[in-house]
Design a binder for this molecule. Structure first.
Ligand SMILES: C[S@@+](CC[C@H](N)C(=O)[O-])C[C@H]1O[C@@H](n2cnc3c(N)ncnc32)[C@H](O)[C@@H]1O
Length: 244
């Protein structure tokens, strides 16, 4: 599955960047997560691991943090990482299940919209716990879905096996095994056009139709969302934790 996720993101760079340029959604998620990390950290966040850094929207946010000296941008997709600003150091192509840091070397591990993409988030949660050691702070965001003004999940009609297997609750549970966590939901009013553009990203359309090839799944998502209108609420789980 990880190779599939990597290929999906390798195919997604331009669509991802177009969505981010228009909405700034991932930067916003990283900003909100950064604030939670800092509020929960016992000390300064000198070394931050941006676990699943993508094209660097989150990396830029963490790097701008007060008294942050180093951000280690880690991602499986080399194509996504090519866009990361290298001012903070060279990004590392690696799996977030095996973070490339010595035990206890990190002050924060942040999974901005990435922990829901691994087959078993508990493995990455253990890797984060090792990288942090007895101090520091972990954080994650994961999508909770899109809800219409009438309160309907716009993907409720899809068969379960056509949807991504790792949900937000699993992300929270996995971090809860290793850390003392607090969590909540961020809600963003978005347009139907935003929802369509999000699912024009092949890696995101893969969460709806994982068995279809990239062009076909984007086309199916487009058809599914064609008649969507008005304002849609996008919900993201956030979780922040400190070592037990
Ligand atoms: C939705 S993007 C978020 C990127 C970035 N954090 C941001 O806020 O823009 C998720 C990223 O997680 C990466 N990813 C997924 N599974 C991974 C894994 N097992 N190890 C490392 N990175 C992974 C993907 O390649 C992708 O770049």
């Amino acid at each position: 599955m990880k190779q599939v996720v990597r290929r999906n993101f390798d195919d997604s760079v331009s669509a991802y960047e177009a969505y981010e340029r228009r909405t700034g959604r991932f930067e916003t998620l990283a900003r909100l997560l950064d604030a939670e990390l800092r509020a929960n950290a016992g000390g300064q966040l000198g070394t931050v691991v941006d676990a699943g850094a993508g094209t660097g929207a989150s990396t830029r946010v963490f790097a701008a943090g007060e008294r942050t000296e180093r951000v280690v941008a880690v991602d499986v997709s080399r194509a996504m990482l090519r866009a990361v600003d290298t001012d903070q150091g060279q990004p590392v192509q690696a799996d977030i299940d095996r973070l490339p840091l010595a035990d206890g070397a990190a002050d924060a591990v942040a999974f901005t919209a990435s922990l829901f993409l691994v087959p078993d988030p508990a493995v990455a949660a253990r890797a984060a716990a090792r990288a942090l050691g007895p101090k520091g702070v972990v954080g994650a965001t994961a999508p909770r879905g899109w809800v219409t003004a009438a309160g309907e999940d716009i993907f409720a009609g899809l068969e379960r096996d056509s949807r991504s297997p790792t949900g937000a609750d699993e992300v929270r549970a996995a971090l809860g095994e290793e850390f003392e966590v607090t969590a909540g939901t961020w809600r963003f009013a978005t347009t139907a056009a935003d929802v369509r553009q999000f699912h024009a990203i092949p890696a995101m359309a893969a969460r709806l139709y994982p068995k279809l090839p990239p062009a076909a799944r984007v086309e199916r998502a487009r058809e599914l969302l064609d008649s969507l209108d008005g304002t849609v609420e996008q919900r993201w789980l956030w979780v922040v934790g400190t070592p037990r």
